[in-house]
Structures are given as structure tokens and as C-alpha cells.
Design a protein around this ligand. Structure first.
Ligand code: ZN
Length: 342
């Protein structure tokens, strides 16, 4: 009998241990599933809410206000929410806004890694040196002055917020380095190869690419008329004894060189070359993609596009977004061979 009892005891013990092990396994399984569910829900809640509440990146930068010299410390996401509508119309397609958010974030990171500013300043609000930036209050003021009603302003801010938060932390790299994320408003046919302008430095991701843009973009074409005297005043070393300023044909004004994308590189006046980029600065031409009509007293510049033409075209990004491309495809179209990661 003792043997039977001890056998029964042994079997009971084994069964008990087995039951306990199975119970523990199930418990772990359930706990795991619950935790995953909770995590996903949390993530969704953050994203959904954060389009209404200004979700932070958790990293602070110092932004220089170039007009007052004041340095403003702010969260990176607050900075990007200020850059986005200062650089791109808030009514553009959400994928174009998201592309701009990734570009703006990358532009910031590159400026920081290049030490573009000193004394603890990471970036400034001057669009010609870094990126345009206005704070939320100023942006709402600007929108109000443009006649956008309150609901529209709220919706635009939500779009801006979605673009920044849904791309949180995403940046563009080439060979492991933050790219120089240049962008511009419009280049209706092709973007520019960076080696063709500025200092001539080549970046393999900043080459000329085909571009499509909406034809109703208001700055697609523009004209600037410059008097002959004003044009001549920009030319150095003119031997006036050799030229008759009243006889336009002797001045020999013409386009002398083009870039590989078809923009003007130099024009020639009285045997002297003027950089097309300098003409943009002197006379406010919207781009270097122009033709010239030389008249008796003036030169008429017929200009196509808006901006230097390097990197992402914003009008093009909006076109591609409206035709189904997502933000990462848009970025990869304009910056060749890059990777986008957090
Ligand atoms: Zn700057």
C-alpha cells in the first residue's frame, strides 16, 4: 500500500509541477500580448493627440533671431513647426509638408555638425543664411493677415504639426553623413547640379533631376526690366572709350555660358562676363533660368522658376505628393542615393 501511495504522491507532484509550469507559460504569454497592445495604443494615442498638442522631440537647440540678436532656446519640434510654414505654404499636400519637415530637420543637423554658428548658437532665422523661422504666435498673425479664418488657421497648424510629429527624428544621410539639404521654390523643368553654381563643389546627391510642377504656380514665370545704365554699372573694367553707350549693338550684350541643366551661367556685357547668380542679387531675378531681350535702353529678363534650383523643388514636391508619391519617395527623387532614417 505504501508503494501505491508513494507512486500516487509522485504522480500528483509531477502533475502539480507541470500545471504550474503551463500556468506560468500562459501567464507570460498573456502578459506579453497585453504589454504589446498597451504599447501600440500608447503610440497611437501620442500620435493622434500630438497633432493637436505640440508634441516635443525632447532636444533643445539655440536659435539666433538675426534682427534682434536674441538667442531663443527651444525644442527641435517647436523650431521645425516654426520653419515649416515660414518656408512652405501650409496648404500644400501633407506628404510635401512631411518631406519639407525631414529636409528642414536634416538642414538643421548639418548646420550643427558644420558649426555654422558660434557661442552655443545652433542655427539662425535668416533664410539666406540658414532657414526662415517664425514662432507660432507670429505665424498665426501672418495667417490672419492673409485672411485665413480661425478654423483654417487651426487646420493648417494641425497639418504642420502632423508633418513634424509623424516624421519625428527622421533625417537624410548620404554615406552616413547628414546631407546638405538645399531646397528651393520652383524649377519647372530640371533642378540644378550644385557643382554648376556657387563655389563649384560637387555633391553626388545634389545633381540635376527631371522635375514636374503645377503650371498654375504664380511665380512659374516672371519678368524684370533693367536699364542699360544700371546693367553697365555692374560691369567692372569697362574702357568707355571703346564703347558707345548710345549704340546698343556695340555693347554686345548676350548670354555667353549655360549650366548643364540649361540655366544661365554668365552673360557678357562689353566683353566682360557677369555671373548670372550675381544678376539675381543685383536685380532681384527670381532664378538664373532666363532669356534676354536687349532693347535700345533696357534689357528684359524673362525668368522661369524661383530660387537657386538645387535640391528639392517645393512646387515639384507638392505636384508629386498630389500624384501619389509619399514623402520619402519625393526626397529620394530630389537627392540621389540618400537614405532616410531615425
Ligand atoms: Zn544662420
Amino acid at each position: 500500500m505504501k508503494k501505491i501511495y508513494s507512486k500516487l504522491g509522485l504522480v500528483t507532484c509531477i502533475l502539480l509541477v507541470l500545471s504550474f509550469v503551463l500556468f506560468c507559460i500562459n501567464l507570460l504569454k498573456i502578459k506579453g500580448e497585453d504589454e504589446t497592445d498597451i504599447e501600440i495604443k500608447k503610440d497611437e494615442e501620442i500620435k493622434e493627440e500630438s497633432y493637436d498638442i505640440d508634441y516635443k522631440a525632447g532636444m533643445t537647440i539655440n536659435v539666433l533671431c538675426s534682427s534682434t540678436g536674441e538667442v531663443m532656446a527651444m525644442d527641435i519640434n517647436d523650431y521645425l513647426r516654426g520653419v515649416l510654414p515660414s518656408e512652405m505654404p501650409p496648404y500644400y499636400d501633407i506628404e510635401a509638408l512631411k518631406a519639407q519637415a525631414i529636409v528642414a530637420r536634416t538642414y538643421l543637423y548639418r548646420k550643427i555638425s558644420d558649426n555654422a554658428h558660434n557661442d552655443g548658437v545652433h542655427i539662425c532665422d535668416n533664410f539666406s543664411h540658414c532657414q526662415a523661422f517664425y514662432n507660432k504666435e507670429k505665424i498665426f498673425e501672418i495667417w490672419a493677415s492673409k485672411g485665413y479664418d480661425e478654423n483654417t488657421r487651426k487646420q493648417y497648424w494641425k497639418n504642420v504639426n502632423e508633418a513634424v510629429v509623424s516624421t519625428n527624428g527622421k533625417i537624410i544621410k548620404y554615406n552616413g553623413e547628414y546631407i546638405k539639404a538645399f531646397f528651393h521654390a520652383s524649377s519647372p523643368k530640371k533642378t540644378e547640379d550644385v557643382s554648376q553654381i556657387w563655389s563649384g563643389v560637387h555633391y553626388p546627391y545634389l545633381v540635376s533631376v527631371e522635375n514636374h510642377e503645377a503650371e498654375d504656380y504664380p511665380n512659374r514665370t516672371s519678368q524684370v526690366e533693367v536699364s542699360i545704365n544700371d546693367l553697365i554699372s555692374k560691369v567692372n573694367n569697362i574702357d568707355y572709350s571703346k564703347y558707345d553707350l548710345n549704340n546698343i549693338s556695340t555693347l554686345n550684350i548676350h548670354i555667353s555660358d549655360y549650366t548643364t541643366s540649361g540655366r544661365v551661367k554668365y552673360i557678357e556685357v562689353c566683353g566682360n562676363k557677369i555671373k548670372a547668380e550675381d544678376l539675381r542679387t543685383y536685380f532681384g531675378l527670381k532664378s538664373t533660368d532666363f532669356t534676354m531681350e536687349v532693347n535700345q535702353n533696357s534689357v528684359l529678363f524673362n525668368v522661369t522658376g524661383y530660387g537657386h534650383g538645387v535640391g528639392m523643388s517645393q512646387v515639384g514636391a507638392n505636384y508629386y505628393a498630389k500624384h501619389g508619391m509619399n514623402c520619402e519617395d519625393i526626397i529620394k527623387h530630389y537627392y540621389k542615393g540618400v537614405e532616410i532614417s531615425i
